[in-house]
Structures are given as structure tokens and as C-alpha cells.
Design a protein around this ligand. Structure first.
Ligand code: FAD
Length: 476
């Protein structure tokens, strides 16, 4: 049995709704109609959507053709490092000992936006030329085990500054180029600021595990975490209100604070509660736009149930959720993987596509009345991204449409991003851009390497090496 911490303020109806969300024995979605919504997650939906997972991802060659020679060569190295599991495992083991200058030249450039504000701002302009109007910025200084003694005030201060020094000019310059055209104004994706809860308080593991403790010490620590997140979110909220006065045609937020998801224990004991507190503060139902989104990891068997509970709470208490839907990054390190994560990849895919299409349909139908508020489809999975794109392309324009944004990590599935933009007209697309002191981004880069090895995908390993050679020779 999974341990799910009870949420005292949830009403009985919500719990009944959430129980129907997941069949306990089969761990499959069966049928749910969230309160006040016309949209339903059903197995029928999945039968209709299933074929998307069988789509062949686009070739990497057409994307590689848009890159410089050094960038192509760096990708060739990633291809070599991910040729097969034993090679990748060896690279992962050696990675901590690789000198930083080498990492900077060959790897950081592919996965990171830069070391400082000026570099990242310039990087944003480069992305615009690729048809990617915005970024999800993440100052990458990580300390989920609480061992690094990091300066939290510095992180909060730099994060606030990055909203003003990077995201704001990136957005304002694009808005000015729209000359008041409402369609164009709504085609610019919001600028996101990603917050890792474990980087925003000292001793994060213990603070998140004791998030609901009534012990005055933990209450004080938890309040520090909430205050740090709130300080950043307040800046985002204020900027949204300022720009809305100048651009009232805009239906999606200009900027969004994003709470990243951590490992399961931290999610269940603290992060879900933290994001709920922020939704209540910054996503009031009567507000024209949300300012905060949280993350649900859909590889978790109980994720749909948690989302249903959150939906019911939002409807009851009059605020909007904001969602980033991911499959989940911690499959290699979750201690209780066998009991909390879907037993098969197909299970995760089914859950992802069902929840995602339900949220998109709800946003389309209920528009500004949807309790879902805003959605980032954060995935490299071509089938999921094509499903989202088709649902959006088949729907008439509505404020809900501008509130669905597709996102991939920088340097991951760039062929998918390129295909969605060039062949499927996607404008609502962003890249997750980590930035910061190179030495601090090493943990992040290591996770990307591990992730590249999850499956030797079409954009990794031998297919990538072949695509690199093909591109280089076709240029010669
Ligand atoms: C913009 C953005 C932000 C993100 N933020 C976060 C975050 O805050 N927290 C977080 O945890 N993740 C986050 N992720 C997701 C994470 O980093 C991985 O990119 C993502 O989980 C990989 O899945 P995919 O949807 O790209 O699909 P695919 O490449 O189709 O799937 C790979 C994923 O499927 C799942 N999987 C693989 N094998 C199995 C199996 N046998 N059984 C069950 N499931 C399996 C795993 O989650 C694996 O990572 C984010 C991703 C993006 C794009």
C-alpha cells in the first residue's frame, strides 16, 4: 500500500472523485470526471491517443543542419558517450573527474545557457532565431542532500535578478515587435523561472520532510522556504500586473514561477503543500492570469490521484492550479521505485497522455474558468508532444490555447523541438535553460547523461553519430 499523507481540508467528494481516478488493483486510469469540468480521463481517450506513442521521431539531420560545426562535433561526442549502456556507465563514472574546462567546451554549451545574465540574455535571442520565443530559466545550484552549505539569500537574490535582467527584456523586446497585434502578442510563450525547493532553504531534505510538523523549529524553517519562494513569485506577479496594463490583449501570463518536482518523499511530505500555498497566494480565480505553476510526475502511480485532489481543492477554495506535467527525472535514484513508479514505460506513457489530454481539453472548453489555469507539456516524447500539438491545432482559438506551452530541456530532443516548429506550426514552445557557475551545473549535466541512457533513443547513441557524420559530409 502506498502511504498518502491525508490532506485535512479536502472534502469528501474530492476524495471520492480521486478514488475513482485510479483503480487500486490494476494501477490504471479508469474513469474520472473532475468536478465542474466537462473533460474526462477514460480508457477510451487512451485508445484514441495510443497510436501517438507509435510515431517515429523526426530525423536529427534536418536539425543538425541548422548548427555550427563545433556544435555538431560536441553532439557527436554525446553520441559516442551514449553508444551503449557499458560505455555510458563508464562515462558517468569518469564524469566527476573530467576537468571543468573540457566540460565547458564540449558539454556545457549544449545543455546550459551561460554563466551570467549577459550570456543568458544573449542566448535567449539565439533561441528566438530558432523559433523558441522563451525559456524556463533555472539557476542551477543544487543541494538536495543538504551537504553543500549554499548561500540561500544569494540564490534568491540572483533568481529575482534573472527575472528582471533576462526574462523581462526577452519578453518586452518581443512584445514591442508585435505593434499591438493581439494574435502575435499571444503567440509569445511566457518566460518561466524554475525553482528547485531543495535549493531554497538550508537543510532542505529535513525541512521538506517536516513541512507539516507543528514543532516551532520546523515551522520557522518551513516559513523561510515559503518566504523565499514567495519573494520570487511576488516579483513575477507584480511584473505580470504591470505588463497586463500595457498589453491587455494578452491571455497567458507574461512570466511564471515554476516549482520543480523532487524525489517522491520530498514531494509527498512537502513540495505538493508548498505549491498549493503558492497557488492560493498568486493564482486567485478572479485574477486574469496565474503566476505560479507546480509539477506533477506522471511516472508516479498515484500522480493522477494527487492531481485530482488538487483540482478539487482549487475548485473548493477558489484558486487555479498551474501545471508542469513531466514523466519524472528520478527513476534511477528513487529508493522505493518498485512500489511508486509504474512498472512499465507504457504505464507511464498512458498516464501521461491521459492526464495531459484531459487538462488540454478542460482548458479549451472552460477557458478562463478552468481550474487548471496553465499547462506546460514538459516532455521529449514525440508522441506526447504530437498529441498536444494536434489537440491545440484542431481547436479554435481560445484563451485556453495560449495557456498550453510545450517544453523540452535544452540539448535534449532538439530534433523534436525543431520538427514541432518547422513542420507543425508550434509557436508555444520553450526550452528549459539551466545557467550558473559551471562547477555547479555538473550535477545537472550528470543527470542529463544518465537520462540520455534511459533508452538509446533516435537522437542519441549510434543514430546521433550517424546523423553527425551525414551532416558534416553533406557540408563538405
Ligand atoms: C521543461 C522540463 C522540466 C522538467 N522538470 C522536471 C522536474 O521538475 N522534476 C522531474 O522529476 N522531472 C522533470 N522533467 C522531466 C525529466 O527531466 C525527464 O526529461 C523526463 O522524465 C523524461 O521523460 P519524457 O517525457 O521526456 O519521455 P520519454 O523519453 O518518453 O520517457 C523517459 C521517461 O519515462 C519514464 N520511464 C522510463 N522507463 C520506465 C519504466 N520502465 N517504467 C516506468 N517509467 C519509465 C522515466 O520517467 C523516464 O525519464 C522536466 C522535463 C522538462 C522537459
Amino acid at each position: 500500500m502506498l502511504r498518502v499523507r491525508p490532506i485535512s481540508s479536502i472534502n469528501r467528494a474530492a476524495i471520492i472523485t480521486s478514488r475513482r481516478f485510479v483503480s487500486g488493483t490494476q494501477q490504471r486510469l479508469v474513469s474520472v470526471t473532475p468536478q465542474t469540468s466537462n473533460a474526462a480521463i477514460t480508457l477510451d481517450n487512451y485508445e484514441n491517443n495510443k497510436h501517438h506513442q507509435e510515431l517515429t521521431p523526426p530525423s536529427t539531420v534536418s536539425y543538425l543542419k541548422t548548427l555550427s560545426k563545433p556544435e555538431i562535433l560536441s553532439l557527436g561526442m554525446i553520441g559516442m558517450a551514449t553508444l551503449n549502456k557499458p560505455i555510458l556507465n563508464m562515462v558517468i563514472k569518469l564524469f566527476p573527474y573530467v576537468p571543468m574546462p573540457l566540460i565547458k567546451v564540449f558539454i556545457s554549451k549544449l545543455y546550459c545557457g551561460g554563466d551570467n545574465f549577459a550570456q543568458v540574455k544573449q542566448f535567449g535571442e539565439k533561441l528566438q532565431k530558432r523559433g523558441i520565443s522563451n525559456m524556463m530559466l533555472s539557476l542551477t545550484i543544487e543541494d538536495s542532500e543538504g551537504t553543500k552549505n549554499i548561500d540561500i539569500d544569494y540564490i534568491v537574490g540572483e533568481t529575482v535578478k534573472s527575472v528582471h535582467e533576462i526574462l523581462k527584456p526577452n519578453m518586452v523586446s518581443q512584445l514591442e515587435r508585435c505593434h499591438g497585434d493581439a494574435t502575435k502578442i499571444n503567440e509569445i510563450a511566457p518566460g518561466y523561472i524554475a525553482l528547485k525547493p531543495s535549493a531554497l532553504v538550508a537543510n532542505p531534505h529535513e525541512v521538506l520532510m517536516n513541512f507539516n510538523s507543528t514543532d516551532p523549529y520546523w515551522v520557522e524553517q518551513r516559513n523561510k522556504l515559503v518566504d523565499n519562494c514567495s519573494r520570487i513569485a511576488q516579483n513575477v506577479y507584480d511584473l505580470n500586473q504591470q505588463l497586463l496594463k500595457k498589453y491587455p490583449q494578452r491571455t497567458a501570463p507574461f512570466f511564471v514561477t515554476t516549482i520543480d518536482a523532487e524525489k517522491y518523499d520530498l514531494q509527498i511530505n512537502g513540495v505538493y503543500d508548498l505549491q498549493r500555498i503558492l497557488f492560493k497566494k498568486f493564482n486567485k480565480m478572479e485574477s486574469p492570469m496565474i503566476s505560479v505553476i507546480g509539477t506533477w510526475q506522471l511516472y508516479l502511480v498515484d500522480s493522477a490521484k494527487h492531481l485530482a485532489m488538487d483540482y478539487a481543492l482549487a475548485a473548493k477554495e477558489g484558486y487555479k492550479l498551474g501545471l508542469k506535467l513531466v514523466r519524472g527525472a528520478y527513476i534511477h535514484s528513487e529508493a522505493k521505485r518498485d512500489s511508486i513508479i509504474y512498472k512499465t514505460k507504457e504505464g507511464s506513457d498512458e498516464n501521461y497522455d491521459n492526464v495531459m489530454s484531459t487538462v488540454i481539453n478542460d482548458l479549451m472548453q472552460n477557458r478562463s474558468n478552468s481550474y487548471y489555469g496553465h499547462l506546460v507539456v514538459a516532455s521529449h516524447n514525440y508522441g506526447s508532444q504530437m498529441l498536444a500539438t494536434e489537440l491545440l491545432n484542431n481547436a479554435p482559438y481560445s484563451p485556453g490555447k495560449a495557456n498550453v506551452v510545450l517544453g523540452q530541456l535544452l540539448g535534449m530532443s532538439d530534433n523534436v523541438t525543431h520538427d514541432l516548429i518547422t513542420n507543425h506550426g508550434a509557436k508555444n514552445i520553450i526550452k528549459y535553460v539551466p545557467w550558473g557557475p559551471p562547477v555547479e551545473t555538473k550535477d545537472y549535466l550528470l543527470r542529463r547523461l544518465q537520462e540520455n541512457g534511459d533508452a538509446v533513443k533516435s537522437d542519441n547513441g549510434w543514430p546521433l553519430v550517424k546523423a553527425v557524420f551525414k551532416t558534416l559530409f553533406s557540408r563538405a
